[in-house]
Structure formats: C-alpha cells, structure tokens
Design a binder for this molecule. Structure first.
Ligand SMILES: [Zn+2]
Length: 369
C-alpha cells in the first residue's frame, strides 16, 4: 500500500510554503522558498516547487510520501491539472500537474489555495463536524471556498468561491478586477489600511494613536498594526475593524442566502483581530439575513489552522484523491448526530474527487506501466 504521508505546497504571492502532512493533518516537516517574481518563466516557478518538494522528501526519507498537492493563488481549471490564471505568477493556461508529475514522479493534484484552506478547516479545524461550510479569507483581498456535503464545490469551470468580487455597493469603489463596489473593497486587509491611511493623510485628530505607531508616515501603516492598536484599546482602530466586520456581515448574509451553510469560517490575516472583527460581523449578519427569525443561523467562527491551512489542505486533498479509502474511514457522522452521512469508500471517492476517481485509475495505470 502507499506511503503514509503526503506533501502540501501553498503558493502565495510572496512565498512557496511546503509541508509533509500525516493522515491526521499534522505537519511533520516544513520547507519554504520565496515566490519567483511574476516576470520569470513558468519553469522558474516549477523549479522552486520541485526544490521545496525535494527538501521535504530529504527531511522524511525516501518512500514516505505518496502524493503531492498544490494549492495556488489563482484560477485552477475544472480539470484540476491546469492553472488558467495566477495574478502573482507568469502562469497562463499552465499545465502544472503534468509538468510536475514528469519531474517529481508522484501523483500531483492542483487546486485553488482557498479551496485547500477550506478543506483543511473542514477536516481538521474550525469546521469539523459540519456538513456545509463556507470559508471567507480576509487577506489583501477576499478568498473563498465552499465545502458542501463533504466535497469541495469548485463550480463548472473550477473557479467557484471568488466571493471578493460580488458587488455589495452599486457604483462603489473601483476594484482592480475592473468593476465597482466589490465586496473586497470594503472588507479586507487592503480596505482596513486604506481607511486608516485616509485618516492619517487628513491629519485627523482621531488617528493620533495610529500616527504615533508609524512615526507619522502613513505609508508604513499595515493591517496588523491597526489590529495591534485596536487590541490595545485605540477607539479609532476598533471602529475601523468594526467597519470591516460590518461589511463582512453583509457579504456573509448574501452567501447564506445562496449556500445555507452550517458554519462560516473566517480566515486570513485580518481574522487575527478575532471578536473585534467577528462581533460586528455577526450583528450585521443577523440584521441582514433573509428570513431572519424563521431559520437556523449559521455560526461565524475564526479559522483555527492559521497560515498552515493551505499546506495541510493541499496535502489532504492529494491524499483524498490518491487514497479515497482513508478519507472514507475518517468521514464519520458528525458529533451532533447531524447531517453528515456515512459514506462508503466508493461513494467517498466519487464525493471527494469527482471526477478524480477516474484520475486515480489513470495514475495507477501510469505507475504500473
Ligand atoms: Zn472586483
């Protein structure tokens, strides 16, 4: 039978993080590299990934790793083999799965990074025991992932979950996507910093604390600095985070109308603000929820796995595809006697990696040639 561990690789805008992960979602070894600049060729990015994988395999020894999962910031095609577009990288219709397989010689799965994080939180983090989860990652923008009935919902073309570009304000702020009024213009790390800087640039007296923290230079302001000020009790910073939280609640109410999940897991850098963000989000969510008072309300909780979620999720998705029987064993009914069904091995292969079940056979064929 296959080796015990899988590798997860999380490719973000600044770093390529990798880890060797066991069946319980525990990271046993880590490696990382800087993300190559977007002007470099796809081959340079591949070299970086292969380097991280080789480093990890060297740490745990040969024969211990059965598959490699990639989570990339970008649009991953429905074939889960091709990165259609990655804003931080040179990838355009890049056949990443096959290129990496040729060099690494292990089964490769490719997914969007937010899908990987959502999967990790569902399997091992804040979403355990829930059948329907929606994850919202507040970073510089908004990343999203959907797990419904024990499978990642990727959409017909592989790019579901781009919640950040739902319009929440008609004719609102211009977004880098070209539209106006996108959710991430109001609820994200960038939104938080933009609003704080506006106060600094206007020499507002309510921003004295924030100004002192950056020595008077608005360019030095960051999201974590605003969160730090809020946690230290600065009323302006608390209000700025509450604004982001209220907009978070608006978007979540819309997502509840569409997906009706049992839990919203909030991740990304801004989620470090905890209740300063989530409190206002819950309040607004309850006020805006369709059918409020007449329907159960989804929980809104902070993610638990932090920056490791992408690595853990990518590795576990690779395992789910290469060894669906392991996941079937792990997919017990939820603790509250709730809605998650016990799945058989065959159904699990179908549910977790459709159309991956066919691909597992393809890999096996290739390996036994
Ligand atoms: Zn947009």
């Amino acid at each position: 039978m296959s080796a015990a561990y899988t590798i997860g690789i999380d490719i973000g805008g600044t770093k390529v993080a990798g880890g060797v992960v066991d069946v319980d979602g525990v990271i046993l070894a880590k490696a990382r590299a800087d993300t190559p600049h977007r002007s470099t060729s796809p081959e340079v990015v591949e070299n970086t990934i292969v380097g991280v994988v080789e480093d990890l395999i060297a740490q745990v020894g040969p024969g211990q790793v059965s598959a490699v999962g990639i989570g990339a910031a970008g649009f991953v095609g429905a074939d889960r083999a091709t990165v259609v577009f990655a804003p931080h990288l040179s990838w355009r219709q890049e056949p990443l799965r096959d290129a990496l397989f040729d060099r690494i010689g292990l089964p490769i799965t490719v997914d969007n990074d937010a899908n990987a994080s959502s999967w990790a939180e569902w399997r091992f983090g804040a979403g355990r025991g829930e059948s329907h989860l929606v994850m919202v990652n507040l970073g510089t923008g908004i990343g999203g992932g959907i797990v419904l009935g024990g499978r990642v919902e990727r959409g017909r073309f592989g790019i579901a979950g781009e919640f950040g570009h739902m319009q929440v304000v008609p004719d609102g702020l211009r977004c880098e996507c070209g539209n106006r009024g996108c959710w991430e213009q109001y609820s994200s790390g960038n939104a938080l910093v933009r609003e704080a800087r506006t106060l600094l640039l206007a020499n507002s007296p309510v921003a004295d604390d924030l100004r002192a923290r950056v020595g008077g230079d608005p360019a030095l302001l960051t999201g974590p600095l605003v969160t730090e000020a809020a946690q230290a009790g600065d009323r302006t910073a608390i209000e700025l985070l509450a604004d982001v939280g209220r907009w978070l609640g608006v978007g979540i109410a819309n997502l509840a109308a569409a997906f009706d999940p049992g839990v919203f897991v909030i991740g990304g850098g801004v989620s470090a603000a905890g209740e300063l963000l989530l409190g206002p989000a819950r309040e607004t969510y309850r006020r805006q929820l369709t059918g409020r008072g007449y329907r159960p309300e989804a929980k809104i909780v902070a993610a638990q796995l932090g920056n490791d979620a992408g690595v853990i999720g990518a590795a576990d998705l690779a395992r789910a595809e290469a060894q669906p029987e392991v996941l079937a064993e792990a997919s017990a009914p939820s603790a509250d006697g709730g809605t998650r069904e016990v799945v058989t091995s065959a159904e699990s292969a179908e549910a977790t990696s459709h159309p991956g079940a066919r691909r597992v056979k393809w890999w096996r064929r290739r390996h036994t040639d």
